[in-house]
Design a protein around this ligand. Sequence first.
Ligand code: IMP
Ligand code: MG
Length: 414
Amino acid sequence: MSKAKKKKKKENATIVGLQWGDEGKGKIVDYLADDFEAVARFNGGSNAGHTIVIGRERHVFHLLPSGAPKGKELLIGPGVAVDPVVLSEEVALLAGRVTQLDLRVDGRCTLVTPLEKVMDVAIEEMRGARPLGTTRRGVGPAYAMRALRLAPRAIDIFSDNFDFNSARTFHRFLSEPPPSISEWLSLSRKVLKGKLGDVASRVAELNEEGKAVIFEGSQGTLLDVFFGTYPYVTGAPTIANYAAAGLGISTNTDVLGVLKCYTTRVGAGPFPTEIRGRVGEKIREVGKEYGATTGRPRRVGWLDLVALRYAVRLNGVKELALSKVDVLEHVKELKVCAAYRLDGREIEDFYEALSRIEDVKPVYRELKPLLHAEMTDGRFPRTVESFIELLEEELKARISLVSYGEERSRTIER
Ligand code: IMP
Ligand code: MG
């Protein structure tokens, strides 16, 4: 058989967000899932909120991978902090819709217990006037407790060897009596029973059978605990390379970076291109920019090419998915931030700005607005195409998917 005829082996793919989360990863994962056997989560926890709209149904998943609506095999890798209470709610929600839920949770996952949820609130209060604005889901404290060797893994709740007393004693340092965990323990055992397994070897096994897996990132690059706008970040790594570590596989994959055609951020922290006033409110309303996990209004801003170039490089992105193009069709202005100004200097390197990120001022480039940008014959009008081409040139990556509405079908490949 000639080389050209040989069907190319389907490879795993990693999908990550390039901003502060909520780029539309859930929808893109759902769109691409047909070509894959399984979808695996590798980081974060129930702080995530992945929204998928199918017809009139709106699904929001916090823990289950976004392959759930299509009945894909679902994997949760050891890099994820699993809250069994949320898991049991999502499993119950799917019961009856998906004929058989095919879910495997790695036994080495860190569990979020009632202790970490109380800690999340207490630590935010301790910060006084400068809280991070966490989702209060206990995710950051769970990773911290894991590093302290005080958090149980999923397998630990099925043996009597784990020392919950030390965790509870540690918790008293917060000067609160620790909440009871006995009810939590029985619920967790119930939901995780029969679902634990070795996700690392399952991914390897699927690949050996020629089947591919989507590695679904949660949050976004600028919320990465090492590379983001620390301390206003989440508790775990979010960059694409972490997919390998968070799942226990040895190789990296092609990376699809997802970005929205404007920026949002929920919670506190620096946001150089934040729009204050009416334009921001308009984008928030049209784009339904309210937290899928907490319901908080998201802060809205223009695209930030300085931050995006940094995110593209950190993730090794060559292909991009651009989302929510339809939202900007209703806005009379369009700007992108090309550089930052600081102490009279122009900065184009995000790292250079990082220690003073609260002080930088965006240097904007004004673009033609996307007003009335209706599609004809499956093609975008010239203004939208020019915007897409500009982003491709600036970010040195191809935009291969464009999403122009929340419904599953409103996605085109280019
Ligand atoms: P945590 O992850 O709950 O500790 O919250 C830390 C910061 O990350 C806060 O600003 C949250 O709003 C933000 N965050 C966490 N998960 C997400 C997400 O999935 N989308 C957007 N922001 C998130
Ligand atoms: Mg979200």
